[in-house]
Design a protein around this ligand. Sequence first.
Ligand code: 173
Length: 317
Amino acid sequence: MKRAVCIALAAAAPLLAQAQETTLRVVSAFPENQFYVKRTIEWIDKINREGKGVLQINFIGGPKAIPTFEVGKAVQSGVVDIGFTTGAFYTNVMPEADILKLSETSAAEQRKNGGYELINKIWAEKANMRYLAKVVEFTPFHLYLNRKIDKPDLTGLKIRITPVYREFFQSMNASVMTTAPGEVYTALERGVIDGYGWPIHALFDLNWQEKTKYRVDPGFYNAEVGLIMNLDKYKSLPAKAREYLERQALAYERQNDFWKSYNQNEAKRQAEAGIQTITFDAATSKAYVEKANEVGWANAIKASPQYGPQLRKVLAK
Ligand code: 173
């Protein structure tokens, strides 16, 4: 009898170990053919290789699985565990999400100056989320156009936006239209828009260089792409799985210097593809960037009188 119990326990041991392994479901708000997503899938592959028996991640897909602007809600409600997205795509969960674009301090600095804790306080309280890591930064946004301008005036132009650019482009009299990245190519092809806001990089991933004539320099703000997780799921993880996930997320974030050289090369590629730059005189350029920041913070504080000013302390320099 005793022996039988021993044998039964021995047989169950691997099953018990397996029961400790957690599997998380991840979706991307960016199209799967974007380099961002490929890089994230490589990160997931590494997690799965090294995390056997502890943590596995199942990549569900891009906007075909969950539409770009619904990923935040899916993470908030726990329909998925983790979202790969940017704050501008989940302002329908909380307006604070889009404020991260105003970061002048780096993710590494925000881990030290209280920024990371503040972000997680807000994300937990208002969105039922844990902000795991920022994995794109050091990346300005630009205005791309198919019509030439000689001053920062967009009167009569229809520009594709997300919340990132709305108030800034409207302050230059643009008429604006919000779309997910996956719809920009067709809008350009059909001439529905005269331009769009987008980072300095990742144009080629979606072939937009084929339909783009000009880039306005300088850029403004600082693109943020991150990994957000359902807070209940995060809290329910076994300690070992949570530590492992956090370690891997931090290791991914620590590679962000990668974007500095990548972006230089992307600007070069744009020039080689025939995209011309539109620049203004020095005073106008300076005013352009200052206006972006002014409009950005004014809107952030209006949208979140409670947290806008607190975020400013840790994000601005
Ligand atoms: O333009 C966008 O779709 C957008 O808001 C964004 C934000 C961060 C990275 C890439 C795009």
